[in-house]
Ligand binder design. Structure first.
Ligand code: ZN
Length: 390
């Protein structure tokens, strides 16, 4: 599909500050560190998942290494930038939690580097669940094992190869094993002159206090809805109204934005189903609804979740449609055509309950309930809600 190509070509540019909307104060601070030459030896970007920390960390690393930075961005052309973009810079080390396999052989991050770099390219906002899926963590707790400490200490004591600094980006330092952390305390406290640690932390309450006290914190907050809309517009070429509609579903998370952006082709398919569900529910065609619940259940959990998100956004749009304030609506022409007749059925009597039940169905699907049953129950409830009278 074409949108896949768009995504791929834009991935190349993701390691720039300006591909990430917002966080201007943080970008200014990071640029200022390079300009001043006073770079703390251990920084920690900390904040909720999906707030863009990893993109900031990677861009900062490339910016530090870049030989000709321009306008506050890495140039993208020098030898160091090229090595960054090829994922082969010898002075950039990524450390991340992994799961040891039974046969042994996988003990340090580098043993999973193929999967890691693919993940960075495909999911730059780094959803942790995705990583767990990729490394097939199963029920095991991914960990930064003690073997990693020896690797880090060794690399710290080797001079930088092609640039001014060796940079270690530690993703999810919350998952440092106690033994690993203890071995790293000294090197994080007093690394070699040319070493910089950048920790990327989702939940500092889970971080060992001994590590926490040795880093300079840079809090990274959630992005605003308009910043997410800008990201969707830039990265996925969404027109403004669509970007706004989707951004409203993201709760400030780039992870959600990528998920919606990468699956935007589903919108027409989902409208078709939404229309069928609502028509069948209105006409009380229970057998049809059962077939539809089976059809949607076959999508698999992720896509079901996206369908229910779409339903929630359509219910909201339908409700607003009744107020006749067109600038509040962000419907495609096809959606509008359906809404013009259907909207009166989503009103003050049922909209709140509709949204609560949609969200409940979504959470039950996420919790591995039987999707077919959850969806069918939800559709039966739709019949009742659509026929609610004063
Ligand atoms: Zn450069």
């Amino acid at each position: 599909m074409q949108s896949g190509q768009v995504v791929k070509s834009l991935l190349y540019q993701i390691v720039r500050f300006d591909t990430l909307p917002g966080h201007e104060d943080i970008k200014r601070r990071l640029r200022g560190l390079k300009e001043s030459g006073h770079i703390p030896h251990a920084l920690m970007l900390t904040g909720p998942s999906g707030s863009g920390k990893m993109i900031l960390a990677r861009t900062f690393a490339q910016y530090l290494h870049c030989q000709n930075p321009a306008n506050g961005e890495p140039c993208g052309h020098c030898n160091n930038c090229r090595l960054h973009q090829e994922n082969s810079h010898p002075d950039l080390h990524f450390i991340y939690p992994i799961v040891k396999n039974k046969k042994g052989g996988i003990t340090v991050s580098a043993d999973r580097s193929n999967e890691w770099f693919k993940m960075l390219a495909d999911y730059p906002a780094m959803p942790e669940e995705k990583w767990l899926e990729i490394i097939e963590a199963g029920n095991s707790q991914p960990t930064i094992y003690v073997e990693e400490a020896a690797e880090i200490i060794r690399a710290d004591s080797t001079p930088a190869y092609t640039s001014s600094h060796k940079i270690f980006i530690i993703w999810r330092p919350e998952r440092l094993g106690t033994e690993t952390a203890n071995k790293l305390l000294k090197v994080i406290e007093e690394p070699a002159e040319d070493t910089i640690f950048i920790l990327v932390c989702n939940n500092e309450l889970q971080l060992l206090p001994t590590i926490f006290s040795r880093v300079q914190r840079i809090p990274v907050g959630r992005l605003s809805q308009s910043e997410i809309a800008e990201y969707l517009h830039k990265r996925y070429n969404f027109i403004d109204s669509t970007a706004n509609q989707y951004a409203a579903l993201c709760n400030g998370s780039l992870i959600r934005a990528d998920e919606l952006g990468q699956n935007s082709g589903e919108r027409e398919e989902f409208l078709e189903i939404y229309r069928e569900v609502m028509r069948s529910a209105y006409a009380k065609r229970v057998l049809e609804l059962r077939k539809l619940s089976e059809k949607i259940a076959a999508f698999g959990r992720e896509k079901i979740r996206r369908y229910l998100d779409y339903t929630a956004s359509m219910l909201r749009e339908n409700f607003i449609y009744n107020m006749r304030v067109p600038q509040l609506n962000t419907l495609t022409p096809e959606e509008e055509q359906f809404s013009s007749r259907f909207s009166p059925f989503v009103n003050h009597l049922n909209v709140e309950r509709f949204l609560i039940e949609t969200d409940r169905a979504k959470r039950e699907v996420e919790r591995n309930a039987n999707s077919k049953i959850v969806l069918f129950d939800y559709f039966l409830l739709t019949i009742i809600l659509l026929h609610k009278k004063k």
